[in-house]
Design a protein around this ligand. Structure first.
Ligand SMILES: Cc1cc2nc3c(=O)[nH]c(=O)nc-3n(C[C@H](O)[C@H](O)[C@H](O)COP(=O)(O)O)c2cc1C
Length: 285
């Protein structure tokens, strides 16, 4: 038997039965005629294909902040952005981000692109074009944006305020001990998933897709941050029920997957030179 890996901590079992359960349930379902039939129906019926046009959550009654679709994009190369990607945990809340910078960041990280037929593509791929992700922005130091939590409406390229106003105390409670990092960044982001959008077409295999898509978006957010010279750190360690309350989502329909802190750093990294950098901050899980 080849050895895949050895755990250093013998207390942690090498394989978690939860993963096996997920894997085998997908495996058993994937070959059924029912699933193939359903996928075929979705791929050949324009109405079902176009369904994802409606997969954009919107907060109609909320206060809106228009983003700039023509905001300038950074000119650093993809190679530099990738080489500069790292997790930064010391943010400078005093250095504000402009609305133009936030717009440029969102254009890169997660926005619509011209697509097939009437259905726009996005800056990340999505299994079957089902776009199960939603994005929220907690603005702390963005010039011209009242601090608070916003839903990002990707179609309108607008921020929509989430009421009632969220407090930093709620954030701390949901993310102890990482709340401090999220709170100190110019803005933080939450990626949530609406699994039904994908699972309706793909069944249990959809779970695999939505997790991958969260990863695609997370990486785009890291690279967009790197390109703009911002620090970025993913934060996976929240307490889900409190995180869901903080964002204001019902976990039976939409659940939080990942938070990311983004903004100017205390000690800015030089974009593209992190490849020479052995790290200035303690590694954390
Ligand atoms: C899904 C995920 C969750 C993470 N959660 C945390 C976290 O809660 N706190 C933290 O400080 N870093 C967190 N990180 C950042 C990792 O610690 C970091 O990516 C890793 O140490 C490698 O460092 P690098 O990103 O600078 O290459 C997370 C990263 C990922 C991908």
């Amino acid at each position: 038997m080849p050895i895949i890996e050895q755990t250093v901590d013998s207390l942690i079992p090498p394989s978690d039965p939860g993963w096996e359960l997920l894997h085998y349930s997908q495996f058993m379902e994937q070959w059924s005629d029912e699933v193939f039939g359903r996928m075929e129906r979705y791929n050949t019926n324009p109405e079902l294909w176009g369904e994802s046009l409606h997969f954009v959550k919107s907060y109609e009654e909320s206060r809106r902040v228009s983003l700039d679709r023509n905001a300038p994009l950074p000119t650093v190369s993809l190679v530099e952005a990738i080489a500069g990607r790292k997790s930064s945990r010391a943010f400078d809340l005093g250095a504000q981000v402009t609305l133009e910078q936030l717009s440029g960041f969102l254009r890169l990280a997660y926005s619509e692109l011209p697509g097939r037929d009437a259905v726009p593509r996005r800056t990340i791929p999505s299994g079957g074009g089902r776009y199960p992700l939603e994005l929220y922005v907690f603005a702390r130091a963005v010039k011209g944006v009242q601090p608070g939590l916003y839903h990002y409406n990707i179609r309108r390229f607008e921020l929509e305020s989430v009421e009632p106003a969220r407090t930093v105390e709620q954030l701390r409670e949901a993310y102890s001990p990482y709340g401090g990092m999220l709170e100190s960044a110019a803005f933080s982001l939450w990626v949530t998933v609406v699994p039904d959008r994908t699972n309706r077409k793909y069944g249990l295999r959809g779970w695999r897709f939505v997790m991958m898509e969260c990863g695609f978006l997370g990486q785009n957010i890291y690279l967009a941050s790197s390109a703009l010279g911002f620090g970025c750190c993913a934060v996976g360690g929240g307490w889900d029920p409190k995180v869901a309350d903080f964002i204001g989502v019902n976990r039976s329909q939409e659940f939080p997957m990942l938070a990311l802190a983004v903004g100017p750093q205390m000690v800015p990294d030089k974009v593209g030179l992190a490849v020479l950098d052995i790290g200035d901050q303690a590694e954390q899980p």
